[in-house]
Structures are given as C-alpha cells and as structure tokens.
Design a protein around this ligand. Structure first.
Ligand code: BJ8
Length: 383
C-alpha cells in the first residue's frame, strides 16, 4: 500500500493557494477593491465579478472554532454551519475579516438561521433560493439575482451593466472549462494523479483573485501532469472511487486520504467544489444575462432542492465516464437533506448502475479516523 506523505512538486503551488490567498486578499483590500465573502455554490459569482469585486470562499471546514460556535448554536447542528459561524465570531478567518459583505442563500434550515446571527457580526445579505427547480422557482431566482445586483450597486456605489456581466460570464465559463479539462485527466486508467492532488488543485483555484490567470495556470498544470504521465505511470490500476455528498474540504480530507491509504483512488468529486458547480456552463448565447445565470445556478443538484434529479443525472454520467467502481457518499453529521437523500443515491448506484455504494457520516473531528479507515478498507476490499 502506497502512503501519500507529500504532494508531488507540480501540485505545490495549488496546495499553498489558500495561505497565499490571505496575503493576496489583504493587498486587494489595500487597493480598495470590494471583497465579498461567500459560503455556497449557488452564489452567482458573475454579478460580483462584473463590479470588479474579489469573491472569497469563507473558512468553514475546521473544528477549530466549533466550541466557540456551540456557545451560541445547538451542538447537534451540521459542523460546516458551526464552523462557518465560529470563524466569523472569533475573527479567525482572514477572508471573513476582510469581507465588506457576506452573501448567503436560503439553502438548508441550519444555514439560513445561522445567517441571522452572523449578521450581528458582519453585514450579511441573504438571497432567497427557491427549493424547487420549477418554472416558478426559476422566475424567483432570476428576480433574486437582479435584487443582488441592485443591492451591490447600492452598497458599493457602482453600476453593474449587462455588458460587464456578459464579460464576467465568459471569464467564469473559461475557468469552468479549464477546471473540467484538468479534472478529466482522472478518466485515464491508471490515473495520472491521486484524488488528494486533484482536490488540492480544485480548491486552490478559488484563491486566485486574478480570474483571467486561472485557465492559464490550470492549463499549465494539466500539461505538466499529462507529460509526466506519458513518461512514467506513477500509479498502478486501483479500484476507482467517486465521492458525492456534502462539500468536502479541510478536516474531511481525511475521507479522501482513508480511501487512498486503503488501496483505491478517488477519480471524481461530484460534490460542491467539484463537478456539481463546474460541469454546466452559463449560456453565453442567451441575451438575457439574468435568465442565463438563473438557469445555470438553479440547476445545481444540491440536496436542498426537492426533488433533486440533477444530482442523479450528473452521477449517472460521471460513473460511466470515470469508470467508477464504487461511490462514497460523505454526509456531515446532522445534514438532514444529504442524509435523507442517501437512500435514493444508494438505490440509484446499486440498482441502476450496479456499482457499490457506501455512505459515511462524519464531522470535523479526528476521533473517527480509525473507524473510517476500517470501513473504507472493507468497502474497497469487496470492489
Ligand atoms: S450548493 S451543498 S455549498 S448548500 S452540509 S450546511 S446542506 S446541513 S453545504 Fe452546500 Fe450550497 Fe448545497 Fe453546495 Fe446545510 Fe448540509 Fe451542512 Fe451543507
């Protein structure tokens, strides 16, 4: 069994991205660029990009601030929500500290209620996200995107033109395409990189504030990985795993590690931060930019939606394209929506795709690493 102890050099720049991002966001602040903090894949980034704002993903993936959060919030709440609130409360997230405005959405119950308290610490604006991807839902979401634009204009004293949004759509689509091309390298069998490396790159792109550079950097690393792969196959063929479920990151990277330490490889991330938010582009040919944005973002297959067919559609395609042997559904403790959906995902993966499935409930502590390893070893053994 090969243990991954350090990242191959080619991935280092991306692994450092978050730390370097702290310095970058400070510099941006010094130049009076507005900073907008976000937590969710539903945030229509192009609207903020169109006014030249920097968009930062706020810290939400560590148990470091959970004890402080639990003084105000119930203990039996999703760790991601407690962590997000805790970072805001303790001022330990530099991105939160530098944010002029935090934008949230009415996704799950815990998050939308937490925003009410977060608003006591920082200006928080909440977008009303519909729960259904219906015609009516789409109309509401389009209106909400326009309301966001108007709020940003008022708060920052700027005008956001449709032309500028169009340009932002093109820039963001290029970024999505480059990220897709990069993670599609994992379609090769054997893989050219471990899931741990792939993950670092996917996360790292969120901390490059010069968005125009992102496709260039991704293209560069894709070529390097491919060239190395053509020269030498570093990894042998292994059982291929797709991760789905709650957003993965920080403390829950322990799941990726447990999979790979036990002889398999993560070839695809369907969850947020991975394909869920990246696969579909915004329709550049639609003259109505608000409708184009509403269509793209509302189609995200998050379990907050009912029903949630787009998660199944994406899984269906990815399981085939990435030749997946097993699906790991990572659920954060007390995430009711993803937890309830485990049944339909299990049925789909087992019955329709005839692949193995396991759901794994965890939080941001390290206390269950032994148990996760045991479960992953048994799961991988039977693939
Ligand atoms: S689009 S996945 S980022 S909502 S894990 S806080 S759902 S109780 S994070 Fe998410 Fe947006 Fe959906 Fe993506 Fe609630 Fe569940 Fe916690 Fe969650």
């Amino acid at each position: 069994m090969k243990l991954q102890t350090e990242l191959p050099a080619v991935f280092e720049e991306f692994a450092e991205a978050r730390r370097n991002g702290f310095l970058a966001v400070k510099k941006i602040k010094d130049q009076n660029v507005p900073v907008i903090g976000v937590f969710c894949g539903y945030f229509p980034q192009e609207v903020a990009m169109a006014m030249g704002a920097a968009i930062v993903g706020l810290c939400a993936f560590s148990d470091e601030t959970i004890a402080e959060a639990e003084k105000d919030l119930p203990r039996n709440l999703c760790p991601l929500i407690k962590s997000s609130y805790g970072f805001g409360k303790t001022d330990k997230c530099p991105y939160f500290y530098f944010s002029d405005l935090v934008v949230g959405e009415t996704t799950c119950d815990g998050k939308k209620k937490m925003y009410e308290y977060l608003g006591e610490i920082k200006p928080v604006y909440v977008m009303e996200l519909p729960n259904c991807q219906s015609e009516e839902g789409l109309k509401l979401w389009k209106k909400e995107i326009i309301r966001l634009k108007e709020t940003l204009e008022k708060k920052f004293g700027v005008t956001i033109t449709e032309e500028a949004i169009k340009e932002a759509i093109v820039v963001k689509n290029k970024e999505r395409k480059a990220l897709k091309e990069f993670y599609q390298l994992s379609k090769y069998d054997p893989v050219p990189m471990l899931g741990q490396d792939l993950y670092k790159v996917m996360m790292g792109t969120g901390f490059e504030f010069n968005r125009v550079l992102i496709p260039e950097k991704l293209d560069d690393i894709r070529k390097k990985v491919l060239a190395e792969y053509k020269e030498e196959k570093k990894y042998s063929k292994k059982p291929r795993i797709l991760i789905t479920g709650c957003p993965i990151g920080g403390a829950t990277e322990k799941v990726i590690k447990a999979i790979e330490d036990n002889g398999a490889v993560v070839v695809a991330f369907e969850s947020c931060g991975g394909a869920k938010t990246v696969e579909d582009l915004v329709d550049e040919s639609n003259p109505d930019v608000y409708e184009a944005l509403a269509e793209k973002y509302l189609a995200i297959g998050c379990s907050c939606m009912t029903p949630n067919p787009n998660r199944i559609k994406l899984l269906d395609r990815m399981i085939d394209e990435y030749q997946v042997d097993g699906v790991v559904d990572m659920i954060l403790t007390a995430c009711h929506t993803y937890n309830v959906e485990t049944l339909s995902i299990k049925r789909f993966v087992n019955d329709k795709k005839e692949k193995s499935y396991i759901s794994l409930e965890t939080d941001f502590s390290t206390s269950d690493i032994g148990q996760i390893n045991t479960r992953m070893a048994a799961f991988i053994e039977m693939l």
